[in-house]
Design a protein. Sequence first.
Length: 418
Amino acid sequence: MSAMMAAGSEQVVIRASAPALTDGLSDCVVDIAFLLLVAGACLLYSKFQRASAVTGSPKQRHRDPDDQMSTTDGGSESGATPASTPRTTSGNGAAAPLRPRQASDSGRWEALHTKPTIGDIGRRLTHLLIEADSVDRILRLVFTDGEHMTDAHLATAIHRLARLDRRARTDIHTPAPRCDMAFRKLLTLIKAQAESDGFAPQGLANVIAALAALQVPSADCESLMAPLMAGVQAKANNCTPHALASIVYAVATMDVKTAPVELLRHWCLKTLSGCRPADLSNIAIGFVKLGVSDSEFLESIAEACTSSIAKFRHGDLSNVARAFGMAQYKHDALLAAFVASVLPVASRMSCGCLSTVAWCFARVQVRDCELLQAVASGCVGKIERIRGDELADALWACAEETWGYLRIGQGWPRTGRE
């Protein structure tokens, strides 16, 4: 009996101590799991530190080797090289000096974010100028970073400004950029560049053409044109045919008194074979406006235009016709090429081009009834869009044509549709 009581009491003791034993084991498991978690985190952190020391950050990997830190985190502050870091050697085998390690993390950050070089600034400015899609963005860039701009940046800025301003001024409420303070700064920078190092030939042409397109006041142009024309005189022999044509047309538009006209004429005649149709038309109208209308020059221009008349756009055709009409120079082959080009497409040509061609024929006193009929039909079909000067040219050409027939006693011209 006593034995049974002892066994029963022992079972009670074991059952009473079972919950306490279970709680102790749970706490031990939690502690072990926490320690394993901490150990794993420390292991991962140490691996990350070693990987960073070997490979470096992305900014360190792409930097100039001369700017990288010369010691690892285990190196001494005096600049001694640890055994794990190989020293670079110069050409004679001697060890090259190493830069001291940065003293703090802030110094290391400054080493990674160094001040941009002049090349970086230039590339950034080029990208921003090309991507600028408004006059305001270009002027703001000139105002803030104009001092860092080279001759190429200045030429690009004013060239882009002229192209964008042409579209911006379609709205009558949009002010012209030449009234802006930043534009005045741009003109000052261009003048300083022209007086010092100058511009490349194409940049020079872009600047002069942009000044003409922006209609810069003559008071500002007079101070600018002197150094620019000096650059033209020095670099005309290196200019492409397109650059020469742009300079001639712009100079004629602005009526620059100091332009080296004879020098430009010489080089334009030498490069006529490489001119595009637009270049030929700009050269023709530009030189005639500048007063160059000698037979040698006009004959060369006429022959070049006649050989490539099929490639001319309507605007180019109009400029050439205007030039030869102003000079009153009769070139039979060119006039025949005009007729052959106008007649098939007269219904698609603008009133300005049609009236200019008719005006040219009337000025050189060449009468062509078929051409006049095509011009009249084309203008009548677009009469609601014709401008006053275009209508005046067409009416004057018709009147001159009619008066010519009456004057020589041939009566009214017959078109077959009486």
